[in-house]
Design a protein around this ligand. Structure first.
Ligand SMILES: NC(=O)c1ccc[n+]([C@@H]2O[C@H](COP(=O)([O-])OP(=O)(O)OC[C@H]3O[C@@H](n4cnc5c(N)ncnc54)[C@H](OP(=O)(O)O)[C@@H]3O)[C@@H](O)[C@H]2O)c1
Length: 259
């Protein structure tokens, strides 16, 4: 198969491109920056989802488009430009190119947590569900590398100040990439069963694992969260224990080597 991967330079995009390559599919990798294409590597196309530039050519002749693009911003306009309006442009391009299967990714529990980024993801989900192209949509929990980035940022202070009671179920991005590749190989499936990591843990437990693995002697201290966000996060709103994969835990991911 020929598969377009949007956001191919990102955490999920790199993993899904590698997974598709291992399965023998031809990957067309999209980024805002042009990259040289060498034999055996994905072929690169330049796409900017915030304007739609390059999209028409990018979807030409592919069997499916996996959308792993993302924006890390608290600003609604920046989030919507890519996640909402950008997604709409992709769906329209998929339909105009003959009804190409759009495979999207979202996050478990976003309807329960009033957080600007999650609201944008909900708007993106609605665009996918009501869009013109055949679609599949997978909700996943937080990737191990996101938790690692969170702890790295917190570690700039003398103590690790974190909302320690928050319950999450971090997942190896490779497990999510496999599900997306499976989805791309099948006909459009609408909402797919969610995917979460092997264990539900508190952020405090994960921080202890992280400091031990990184050989840091930082003390972990509890940071209070406002109730309307803290309540659902502490109750495990972002977890999906019935959909736990038998994959690498955060601790195993940390043990696999320095990143
Ligand atoms: N991270 C998590 O824990 C997690 C968990 C569940 C679901 N998800 C979902 O998974 C998806 C990918 O997340 P990620 O963490 O892997 O993202 P990421 O590492 O932040 O990568 C973002 C990607 O988006 C591309 N991008 C940004 N703006 C763009 C634009 N205007 N036009 C085209 N491409 C653009 C970037 O490519 P260039 O900069 O090269 O253009 C990059 O490849 C998101 O939908 C996210 O909500 C993430």
């Amino acid at each position: 198969m020929d598969v377009l991967v949007l956001g191919a330079t990102g955490s999920l995009g790199r993993s899904v491109s590698a997974e598709l390559g291992q399965r023998g599919h031809r990957v067309r990798a999209a980024s805002r920056r042009v990259r040289p294409t060498t034999e055996g590597q994905p072929s690169w196309v330049r796409v900017d989802l915030s304007t739609g530039a390059g999209l028409g050519r990018a979807v030409e002749g592919v069997d499916a488009a996996i959308d792993a693009a993302n924006v890390r911003s608290a600003r609604r306009a920046a989030l919507d430009a890519v996640l909402v309006d950008g997604t709409r442009r992709v769906l329209e391009a998929c339909q105009a190119a003959g009804g190409i299967h759009y495979v999207g990714i979202s996050i478990v529990g976003i309807d329960q947590v009033p957080y600007a980024y999650y609201r944008a993801k909900l708007r993106q989900e609605r665009v996918i569900e009501s869009g013109p192209a055949p679609w599949s949509l997978l909700r996943a929990t937080q990737f191990h590398d996101l938790i690692d980035q969170l702890f790295r940022a917190a570690a700039r202070l003398p103590v690790l100040a974190l909302p320690t009671a928050v319950r999450i179920q971090p997942v190896d991005v490779a497990d999510v990439a496999r599900r997306l590749a499976d989805a791309a190989e099948r006909p459009a499936g609408g909402r797919l069963p969610e995917v979460g990591g092997p264990r539900v843990q508190t952020l405090g437990e994960l921080a202890e694992e992280w400091t031990r693995a990184r050989r840091l002697s930082k003390r972990v201290v509890r940071l209070p969260l406002p109730g309307r966000i803290g309540g659902p996060l502490t109750a495990g709103a972002l977890c999906t224990p019935d959909n736990a994969v038998d994959g690498r835990s955060f601790k195993q991911w940390l043990a696999a080597g320095p990143r």
